[in-house]
Design a protein around this ligand. Structure first.
Ligand SMILES: C[S@@+](CC[C@H](N)C(=O)[O-])C[C@H]1O[C@@H](n2cnc3c(N)ncnc32)[C@H](O)[C@@H]1O
Length: 374
């Protein structure tokens, strides 16, 4: 799956444990801010009916492949289609290659030209929606493996990243058997979807996902957008406003989504680097029931490890720290269920961070596990 800011890659086990730990009667989940769709994928794999939602096109595409598509129906056609697409050579360099490889340098021209040719072939085939989403997911992930960025598409590296020399390789996404649903809505509207548990992982600071991943948005929409600046961002990035990226507006925005959620129980992720403090979140969620918090030290995204760059790709700074604390809030009208889920979540964290299994004994309190997760 793609490299992504705020991705819950290392916390999948604890998040699934929190959701499933609420009780055996939990059968469905709603992932309101689905991003890479990896949480929805893990919840579906655990046996739940999952609805995954994200307001950006590329993220809704990932959700359509990883959560909504049924492997029993689509795995075989996907294998055949991807084998055909993989055989397509680079074509003439068009607008995409110029934008992402000649003007900006996110991909090497030989890979950008292949991405462009394959994307054109996908567009020309008028595929059924699930198959198109699977092909686009495979293409985005292939491009991500050979990109030349420090993790986000805001600036590119001065010298090509080592991985960018590799040839583009389409792989079949890990589809799951069973039904699911994908939505592309504002979280406020998606919150009305019926589910037993809602999982909320909203943006938590000023960094906009549209600005950071504008190349994926363009790849998904294939709309030859007008672009601007050295990073060649889509022109609407200039005017795009998201309350979750505003220190002033995030509180009201999240409170509104929480109030609109129909699911009786919630699991919420938030970082200690975010605009809202743990106490504010506990107070907000308290309106929905008993709140338990499990927190864990977490390694920051790959860009933080590589360093901070200016638009020309020169290293201009070092990140202040390489770890932050990820909090998982578990909310239920029934105290015993919130506590049981917190205990399961904590035990899963203990398994994840070797040697911390004894932490599971602290159920009933708000607990913090101070171990680096790798
Ligand atoms: C922290 S990321 C989610 C990461 C995800 N859990 C994962 O593991 O990949 C937050 C996501 O919220 C989405 N988002 C931001 N504002 C939104 C809104 N108002 N409605 C729906 N989705 C939104 C962003 O596009 C982004 O993908």
């Amino acid at each position: 799956m793609i490299k992504y800011l705020g991705s819950k890659r290392v916390l999948l086990g604890p998040i699934v444990a929190a959701v499933r730990g609420l009780g055996p009667d939990v059968r469905s989940a709603l992932d309101l801010f689905s991003g890479t769709a990896r949480v929805g994928h893990a919840l579906k794999k655990s046996g739940l009916f999952v609805t995954a939602n994200d307001h950006l096109t590329y993220a809704a595409t990932l959700a359509a492949a990883y959560v909504a598509a049924d492997a029993r129906v689509w795995a075989a056609p996907a294998r055949a289609l991807l084998a055909e697409l993989a055989a397509i050579p680079a074509g003439p360099e068009g607008w995409f290659t110029r934008q992402v490889a000649r003007e900006a340098r996110y991909l090497q021209p030989h890979n950008a030209a292949r991405v462009e040719a394959i994307r054109e072939a996908i567009a020309a085939r008028a595929l059924p929606a699930p198959l198109e989403a699977i092909a686009l997911t495979s293409l985005m992930e292939a491009a991500d493996r050979v990109d030349s960025t420090a993790g986000v598409q805001m600036a590119y590296l001065k010298s090509w990243a080592a991985r960018s020399h590799n040839a583009l390789e389409l792989r079949v996404p890990a589809l799951l058997a069973g039904e699911g649903a994908a939505l592309q809505l504002d979280a406020r509207d998606a919150a009305a979807t019926e589910a037993d548990v809602a999982y909320l992982d909203p943006p938590y600071n000023q960094h906009s996902y549209l600005g950071n991943y504008h190349v994926w948005e363009t790849l998904a929409r294939w709309d030859a957008p007008e672009t601007y600046g050295v990073a060649n961002k889509r022109v609407e990035c200039k005017t795009y406003k998201n309350a979750f990226n505003s220190r002033v507006r995030i509180g009201a925005a999240l409170a509104e989504v929480i109030a609109r959620v129909r699911a009786p129980e919630l699991v919420v992720s938030f970082s200690d680097e975010g605009f809202l403090a743990r106490e504010e979140l506990e107070a907000m969620l308290g309106a929905r029931g008993h709140v338990r918090v499990v927190a864990a030290r977490y390694e920051r995204y790959v860009g933080a490890k590589i360093g901070i760059y200016d638009p020309k790709g020169n290293k201009v700074g070092r990140p202040s720290h390489l770890e932050n604390t990820e909090m998982i809030f578990i909310v239920s009208p029934e105290r015993a269920r919130a506590e049981a889920a917190a205990a399961r979540c904590l035990a899963a964290l203990g398994e994840r961070a070797a040697g911390a299994a004894s932490a599971a004994g602290t159920a009933g309190t708000n607990v913090q596990l101070e171990l680096p997760l790798r």
